[in-house]
Design a protein around this ligand. Structure first.
Ligand code: NAD
Ligand SMILES: N/C(=C/C=C\C=O)C(=O)O
Length: 487
């Protein structure tokens, strides 16, 4: 444990109050490799206190009208928006992402999450049927489930936490959220706004700490009937095991090995900058990032030359530098994991065309212990390589040629993941045909990361179970009942 002077020290937020913890974890600034924050190392005791608070708050909160809850979410959105710059600075320092990305994506989307569900939750309809011959009418009603357990990852900390908190409380649940121990600061900052927004004590409880210690206490608690999880597949397997005895409702948003498929008629002037962004945005630490690029053979050489040139323009810099395109990776361990894939590719005879081990990265002296690496492009790699099969979750992408539509669909689908894909072509018939055949929960064509929050978001195969979005989150965070009236 680093010396505790001058370190930002977080506290759990339980029953509307900040509560100190008797043990803490060091949290690092990814851009310097230095400890700068202390995160509560919570356990069962803190989860019990949070369950008690959430249980007590549930009757009152669930009894509020959707309109009353909607107003609270709108006020919280307003308060987050008023703190946008402060939150963006904090997110950038905590996660290593650039200040520009935090300002333009992470925090604005966090605001939008509350605004979106504040509105969408008012417009759902129920179902009704008639059996006149029996004098019966049947209709459905929905009610909040109870205490929602929410577990979120370190790559888009506030963005993904609020994507769960907003629908959970909009539908009348109370929540116990556990952000990643690597990036806990903006969740803690949000807690400071809850009372002013009108969120009653106990409705939102945030307990910080590690997955195995406090995360598992939350997942296995008998009074938490549902878990919304975003993270890695191995963790999802563990959560599934722990929750199984309680038959808990699970939403699992997991990893991806997302292909970009670039046909010879693609508009390269649009495709290349967008595919650089889809490969390296947020240091490649977005579950939707492109990590396999399939290029039709006739344009492969032209694409490769232009893509490498554009990748070398993707500036790695200190996160606080507004001109930086990419900041630092989340941790030393993750940086080494990403680097190990590049070493493996090199040992398999693949070509590292730019980035790690090829180009030079220059950083100010205070950042040389930070977790930085250059965006890296790999070619001449086999589909069977781990770099083409496993999620790397870093600034590394592989570029390989293909000949036919049938071939590329089979190869794109030949991984255990099925989260996202991009398809580039001007042939509308081909776009529709290929998109329908791809084993992905999301397919962007001639674009990337244009998010429609109304429609289902999530993956198939090992990329997860369930979906999130207007209707999907509403249905996940409520239980439906069918009532029959005999008149
Ligand atoms: N599909 C999506 O929307 C999406 C979004 C972001 C990240 N991800 C995936 O998340 C992964 C990276 O995030 P990560 O490293 O934080 O994932 P992770 O699974 O290590 O951790 C995610 C969260 O789970 C907690 N956790 C870890 N072990 C746990 C356990 N045994 N019980 C309960 N909770 C536990 C962590 O503390 C963290 O809060 C990547 O695979 C990425 O693809 C998916
Ligand atoms: N759930 C979402 C995830 C996005 C990126 C994950 O890394 C979303 O955009 O709603």
């Amino acid at each position: 444990m680093a010396g505790t002077k001058a370190l930002l020290t977080l506290e759990n937020f339980i029953n509307g109050k900040f509560v100190p913890c008797n043990s803490y974890l060091d949290s690092y600034d990814p851009s310097t490799g230095e400890v700068y924050c202390r995160v509560p190392n919570s356990g069962k005791e803190e989860i019990e206190a949070a369950v008690e608070a959430a249980r007590a708050a549930f009757p009152g909160w669930s009894a509020r009208s959707p309109q009353e809850r909607s107003q609270v979410l709108h006020r919280l959105a307003d308060l987050l928006e008023q703190s946008l710059e402060e939150l963006a600075q904090a997110e950038s320092r905590d996660q290593g992402k650039t200040i520009t990305l935090a300002r333009t994506m992470d925090i604005p989307r966090s605001v939008q999450n509350f605004r979106f569900f504040a509105s969408s939750m008012l417009h759902h309809t129920s179902e009704c049927t008639h059996m006149d011959h029996l004098g019966c009418l049947h209709y459905t009603v929905r009610a909040p489930v109870g205490i929602a357990g929410l577990i979120s990852p370190w790559n888009l900390p506030l963005y993904l936490l609020t994507w769960k908190v907003a629908p959970a409380i909009a539908t009348g649940n109370t929540v116990i959220a556990k952000p990643s121990e690597l990036t806990s600061v903006t969740a803690w900052m949000m807690c400071k706004l809850l009372e002013k927004a009108g969120v009653p004590p106990g409705v939102v409880n945030i307990v910080f700490g590690t997955g195995p210690r406090v995360g598992e206490a939350l997942v296995s608690h008998p009074e938490v009937p549902l878990i919304s999880f975003t993270g890695s597949q191995p963790t999802a397997e563990r959560i599934t095991q722990l929750s199984a005895p309680h038959c808990k409702k699970l939403s699992l948003e997991l990893g991806g090995k997302n292909p970009a498929i670039i046909f010879e008629d693609a508009n390269l002037e649009e495709c290349i900058p967008t595919t650089v962004r889809s490969s390296f945005a947020n240091q490649g630490e977005i579950c939707l990032c492109t990590s396999r690029i399939f290029v039709q053979k006739s344009i492969y050489s032209e694409f490769l030359e232009k893509f490498v040139q554009a990748t070398r323009m993707w500036k790695v810099g200190v996160p606080s530098d507004p001109s930086a395109s990419m900041g630092a990776l989340i941790s030393k361990a993750h940086l080494e994991k990403v680097r190990s894939y590049i070493k493996r590719a090199r040992s398999e005879g693949a070509q590292i065309l730019c980035g790690e081990g090829v180009d030079t990265l220059s950083l100010p002296p205070r950042n040389r212990a930070g977790y930085f690496m250059l965006p890296t492009v790999i070619a001449d790699i086999k589909d069977e390589s781990c770099c083409m099969k496993e999620e790397i979750f870093g600034p590394v992408t592989c570029v390989v040629p293909f000949e036919s539509e049938e071939e590329v669909i089979q190869r794109a689908n030949s991984v255990k993941y099925g989260l996202a894909a991009t398809v580039w072509s001007n042939n509308v018939g081909r776009i529709h045909r290929v998109a329908k055949k791809l084993q992905s929960g999301l397919v962007w064509t001639n674009c990337w990361l244009i998010r429609e929050l109304n429609l289902p978001f999530g993956g198939m195969k090992s990329s997860g179970v369930g979906r999130e979005g207007a209707k999907d989150s509403y249905e996940f965070f409520t239980e439906v009942k069918t009532i029959t009236i005999k008149h």
